[in-house]
Structure formats: C-alpha cells, structure tokens
Design a protein. Sequence first.
Length: 192
Amino acid sequence: MAQSSDKILVIDIEATCWRGSRPADQQQEIIEIGICNYDVVNDVVGDKRSMLVRPVASEISEFCSQLTSITAERVADEGLEFASACRLLLEDYQARDYLWASWGGFDRKLFRKQCRRLGLSYPFGKKHLNIMGAYRACHGGPSLRMRAALRVAGIEFIGRHHCGADDAWNTARLLQRMVQRQGPGLIKRNLR
C-alpha cells in the first residue's frame, strides 16, 4: 500500500544525551517518542501521546533528565522496550501506511540507526517529511529551531520544550499553519 499523505504522524523523539561528548561506553538512543496526528484533509491537529522507552545501551544522565524531565526511575516504571514501542506505532498508528514527519532529520536517522542496531524492522514507510526543510524552502534563510519558527509564524509554544509529546503537538500546529498558507502541495514537494 502506498503511504497516504491525508494524515501525517508528527513524531518528536527525545534521546539520551550528555553535557559535552558522549561517553565511549554508551550509545545515543531513544527514550521518548512523542506522537501527534495531523489530518490534512480536515485540517485538524489531533491529540498527542508520549511513549517512554527504556534505554539498553546507555544511561539517562543528570543533564538529560534536567533537559527533558525524563528520569531513569520514571523510564524504569513507565517505559517500554524499543521493540514494543515500534509495535505500538504499527498497531495503534499504522505507521507504515501514513506519511510521517519530524522537525529536522535527527529523528529519522536515530530511528533507523536504533532499528538496525537492534535488528528490528523500521516501523515507518519509506517517505519522510522534514518539516524544518519544508519551512526553510517556504521561507528561505537559515534553518531555525522549532520554537523560533513557531514565533516567526505567530504561534505560541504550549507545553514543555524537550517533552516529546508537547514538541510533536507544537510541530504539528506549525505544519498545519504551513499547509494552510502554502496548500497541501507543500507536503509532496518536500518528501524525502
């Protein structure tokens, strides 16, 4: 089945991170998957969801906890294995059937890398919409961080920055504004 661009899964991940360089004995990996649907046809941004993911090749640093508010204890209590999170993307969101999008290419690259490292099937279809790239193509100039792009678009950021669900929802709102101004052709012109 070809991917539909009538509904877009906007994803924002949070990953293990450190102040300064990554310790040699650790791998950067996904610890939260924030998800929000954007229904292009009906011009509706849906509810947001957060899935915490237990890291297996790294530890959540104090710096990472301060940045994201995600603690090792919280992930141990509420987190899923990465394979289970990928399965939920397929079962609950039909992630291979719909186009997915993120602000920049980091989310796509880390998903691919982590799936390869763990021997898992990539949960998304082949096409990805880099919303930052689409924004830049529409507005010219340098790449902006998502919050700066929201300000330029006159959209107030709501929630906590570096919370995957809040960032996904705000990014979906920005994509909605872009499609309202540029039309749905914006999506097809910027697929990778």
